[in-house]
Ligand binder design. Structure first.
Ligand code: TMO
Length: 308
């Protein structure tokens, strides 16, 4: 028995040692660029790296079981609950926040304001659900979102909005819808976030819901609806952090501390994303450009991290 356990440990450890560093790639552009930047840096330092495409929903299981190592963009607005739960349990490692603040919420191009007077105040949506109705939505307003976990349906209910959520597969699909609506000056409400390139290309605004708080999510009595939770918007100055598996932090402490210090500005992230979504460079091209142009920056963060 003892012998078998020992053999298992030996095999398991050598597997863990030999395994390449696995970086999570999700379904929106800036995250993909940051994942590729980390990949390019690690490759230049002599490490073996693998990019793995997974959804946000899937990534948590992979990170906590050491099957994935690194996630470069964990957003407070969409991922705080899961992050907090796993971090408290010691199942993942917090590699720190970027200095920029983030926001993720309902958003519209500016001309929509004329079609729904009172915006950006959310109460305007109570009166103009029909403005956002489409064929097949049975008179209900349509809000276009992505595959990321958001309490939108709970919010719609607790704020008494006559809306449904149309959920698309990725960021690219949202921008296609948005582009089509803008071309025809049709009313549209989409999930958007900052930093992102969208606001710089299409002028627009976030809907202003009641201010977010933990109490709003946990205490039904809180807020405009005393019987239901989630009667508020998402955080307006949310954090954006880097997260790793326990395996990564233990086996690559030098890389982990470099990632901790890695920081990009809001402008930089928006600019890099636009290169992919507007100028149509590939994610890989943009990542390689960044790594080549910021050599001094990242070599300082990862000095002494060379793999032998
Ligand atoms: C996680 N996201 C930036 C798509 O909201």
């Amino acid at each position: 028995m003892m012998k078998r356990a020992w053999l298992f440990l030996l095999l398991f450890n050598s597997y863990a040692l030999a395994a390449p560093i696995r970086i999570v790639v999700n379904d929106w552009t800036s995250q993909q660029i940051l994942a590729n930047i980390a990949e390019q840096i690690f490759i230049r330092l002599g490490y073996e790296v693998e990019l793995i495409e997974v959804t946000v929903d899937m990534q948590w299981f992979l990170l906590k079981t050491d099957r994935a190592d690194l996630q470069l963009e964990v957003w407070q607005g969409t991922m705080e609950d899961k992050f907090t739960q796993l971090h408290r349990a010691g199942a993942i490692v917090d590699l720190g926040n970027y200095s920029m603040v983030t926001r993720e919420d309902w958003w519209y191009p500016l001309y929509v304001k004329d079609m729904c007077p009172g915006l950006p105040d959310w109460r305007a949506l109570r009166k103009c659900d029909r403005v956002f109705a489409r064929i097949g939505s049975k008179g209900k307003g349509v809000y276009v979102s992505g595959p990321w976990e958001k309490p939108d349906r709970a919010r719609i209910k607790s704020l008494g909005l006559n809306f449904i959520v149309k959920q698309l597969d990725n960021g690219e699909a949202i921008w296609q819808e948005l582009k089509g609506a803008i071309a025809d000056k049709r009313p549209i409400l989409v999930f958007n976030w900052t930093p992102n390139w969208v606001g710089a290309v299409y002028p627009g605004e976030f809907v202003e819901f009641p201010a977010h708080s933990k109490a709003c999510e946990q205490d039904k009595q809180w807020g405009v609806n005393s019987k239901l939770a989630y009667d508020c918007g998402n955080p307006k100055a949310g954090w954006l952090k880097k997260v790793s598996s326990n395996r990564f932090a233990k086996m690559f402490p030098c890389l982990a501390s470099g990632i901790k210090k890695l920081d990009l500005s809001k402008n930089e992230v928006e600019h890099l994303s636009a290169k992919v979504d507007v100028e149509r460079l590939t994610v890989k091209e943009v990542a390689i450009q960044w790594v080549n142009m910021n050599k001094e920056n990242w070599q300082l963060l990862f000095s002494r991290c060379k793999s032998s």
